[in-house]
Structure formats: structure tokens, C-alpha cells
Design a binder for this molecule. Structure first.
Ligand code: BMA
Length: 341
């Protein structure tokens, strides 16, 4: 096994389960045997929670959850947990305010990511901004959530902030799209000095030539800093004759210039196989939005939405997943260039 380390904090109480019976030892990710961790109708007025983001907070964990209302519209709910497996949700959706403290709710909000940079927690999600685009907010206490400028023009989805500044700038991945179900999509990175003005956009990686990610890709969990580079979980979509199939892929981006892909695994690392991935509101969706990891042991827990219905959990160890990515890496000229034309 290779020598590689997470550059980050210890999280001693992170959720963990060793590889169980039935998992294939040639695949570096294995599923939590008690999946899904969040089932249907988890909260009054909410039919399904999926595609959600969690992180350590205080002596436990906190999360922002995509709650599909009974009218089908998604909004964001706050959740608390001692073990990051069993969650308690606040009954009312998160109340966002503008800089003056006046309520400012997004018309809908889905596919949140939650990322801490320095002392502030940032939420980013997809919402209507005259078409599907990125909404953002910040909080320092998970009580007051202040809306921020929409970082990009419509149409865009899957914004994922890096957990630290790079070269003194905030960096964010995103996936330009259309306002519908988007039959295309590559990952780009943009930088900002202040989280208001975003620019110096660079192409990071294109939809793959491999079939499982041949239609579109999008950033998943906030990248994990490692001694090999930024470890990025992302989703890849195959456009089959019977609908889209979402799988989890992994790539490693250059630490100083994340527009450069160092390694990109040609195989998916997890695709729909279990009932909670194949059966639900929308079958065949594995959609990663967050990880919890422990720098001391290299343990990584990946939180992914399954079948647009549940939240599920998969595990890996850093050295195992990085070895697999490197052994199965195929990067194209487009992946390794700076990404400007
Ligand atoms: C994408 C997003 C995700 C969803 C996926 C599969 O376009 O809307 O929220 O999980 O489609 O339906």
C-alpha cells in the first residue's frame, strides 16, 4: 500500500464500519451494512431526504439536508447528530436572511454542499436565479444564515468550494448546465478574492470517454487535501436508453492548481447495485455530496444520495482508494492542461 496522508484534522468519533460480507475486496469502497441511514418520510411534511451534506461540529456532527416537501419542492433543513449516522432534524426549514437580516428564502434549493473555510461555514446549492443556478449562504453558528451573492450566471449546478484558499483565493468547482435535465456537462474551477467576484475560470475535467461518465459529470464532496493532491469524489452520468444512471467516480487534482488532473480513475468506484440505489423516486442514482474523514487513520466516510430517496454511507481508506485511482488512472490532454483557451 502506498504512503499517503490526509492533511486535515483528526475526527476520532467519525462513523466507521470495516468491510462487510458481500463487499468485493477489489473495489476500494464498501457500503455501510445498515444503509440507508435516512429512510422515507423522515420528518413531518418531508417525503424524502437525500443529496445532503454533513460535517463534524462541536462534539458531534451537523448537516444540511435536502428535504423534498409533500408538494415535491426541495428545501434545506438542518440536522444534528452525535454519531453522523442517526440524525435529528429541525422541523422548520433553514431561514435565510440578507445582509440586513431580512428574510430571503430561495424559491427552492437542492444538492447542498457544506464547507468550512477558515472560521466560516459556507452552504452552496442549486436554486432558481432566473433558471437553475448556484445559491450561497454563510454561517458561523448554524443559527443565522446570511445569503451571499449568486456566484455564477445561470445556468449552473454542483458548486463545491475548496476547504481552504489556494494562492490566497477562494476556489470553487462548478458545472455549467442548462435549466433542465442537462444532457452534457464538464467540471470547471473559478477563483475569487472575496466570494463576490468570481473569475479566472478554468476547465478541470470533461465528461469521460468511459461510458459510465460519458454524458456529464459534476463535483461531489468538498475535495480532501492529501499529500498526493486534492481527492475529489464526483458523480458521473451515463445516458442509457432507459434514463440517466449516476455513479461515484474519484480523481486527484493538483494541490496548487486544481485545474490540473493528476489522476482520474477510469472505473466508477460505486454504482447502483443495492435496493436503496436501484429503487426509489428515481432509480439508479448514487450522488455524493459530503465526506467525513480522519487524518490520523486515513478513514473516509462518503455520504451519498441514493435513488433520489435516501441518504447512504460508504467507506474507504485513503491509501486504498488512492492506490486504486492511480492503478486505474487514465487522464486525457484536456484533463492535464491548465484549462484555458
Ligand atoms: C440531477 C440533480 C440531482 C439528482 C439527479 C438525479 O440533475 O437534480 O439532485 O439526484 O439529477 O435525479
Amino acid at each position: 500500500m502506498i504512503e499517503v496522508k490526509i492533511i486535515g484534522n483528526e475526527v476520532k468519533n467519525m462513523p466507521w464500519q470495516e468491510r462487510g460480507e458481500g463487499s468485493k475486496d477489489w473495489m476500494p469502497l464498501w457500503r455501510y451494512q445498515e444503509n440507508p441511514i435516512i429512510g422515507r418520510n423522515p420528518l413531518e411534511g418531508v417525503a424524502r431526504i437525500f443529496n445532503s451534506a454533513v460535517m463534524p461540529y462541536g462534539d458531534g456532527f451537523i448537516g444540511v439536508f435536502r428535504g423534498e416537501q409533500l408538494d415535491g419542492v426541495p428545501h434545506i433543513y438542518l440536522g444534528h447528530s452525535k454519531d453522523a449516522v442517526h440524525w435529528e432534524f429541525e422541523k422548520e426549514r433553514i431561514r435565510f436572511v440578507d445582509e440586513e437580516g431580512k428574510e430571503m428564502m430561495p424559491p427552492y434549493a437542492y444538492d447542498h454542499r457544506l464547507v468550512k473555510v477558515e472560521d466560516t461555514y459556507y452552504l452552496m446549492w442549486c436554486q432558481d436565479f432566473f433558471g437553475a443556478s448556484i445559491g450561497m449562504a454563510r454561517t458561523t453558528d448554524f443559527e443565522t444564515f446570511v445569503r451571499m451573492e449568486c456566484p455564477f450566471l445561470p445556468f449552473n449546478r454542483n458548486a463545491v468550494l475548496f476547504p481552504r484558499k489556494i494562492g490566497g483565493k477562494f476556489m470553487m468547482l462548478s458545472r455549467p448546465s442548462d435549466s433542465g435535465h442537462t444532457p452534457f456537462g464538464d467540471i470547471f474551477v473559478s477563483e475569487s478574492p472575496d466570494m463576490v467576484y468570481w473569475g479566472r475560470h478554468r476547465h478541470v475535467m470533461g465528461r469521460g470517454k468511459e461510458w459510465w461518465e460519458g454524458l456529464k459529470i459534476g463535483g461531489g464532496a468538498a475535495p480532501i487535501e492529501t499529500t498526493e493532491g486534492w481527492l475529489l469524489s464526483y458523480h458521473g452520468v451515463s445516458g442509457t436508453c432507459n434514463g440517466y444512471v449516476y455513479s461515484i467516480g474519484e480523481a486527484i487534482l493538483d494541490l496548487d492548481d486544481p485545474s490540473i488532473v493528476k489522476y482520474r480513475c477510469k472505473n466508477f468506484l460505486l454504482t447502483s447495485e443495492e435496493w436503496y440505489e436501484e429503487r426509489g423516486f428515481l432509480p439508479n442514482v448514487a450522488f455524493p455530496c459530503a465526506t467525513i474523514y480522519d487524518a490520523a487513520t486515513g478513514r473516509i466516510a462518503i455520504y451519498y444520495g441514493s435513488a433520489d430517496t435516501y441518504v447512504s454511507l460508504a467507506f474507504t481508506r485513503l491509501a486504498e482508494v488512492v492506490s486504486y485511482i492511480k492503478e486505474n488512472s487514465v487522464v486525457t490532454a484536456e484533463d492535464t492542461e491548465i484549462g484555458i483557451r
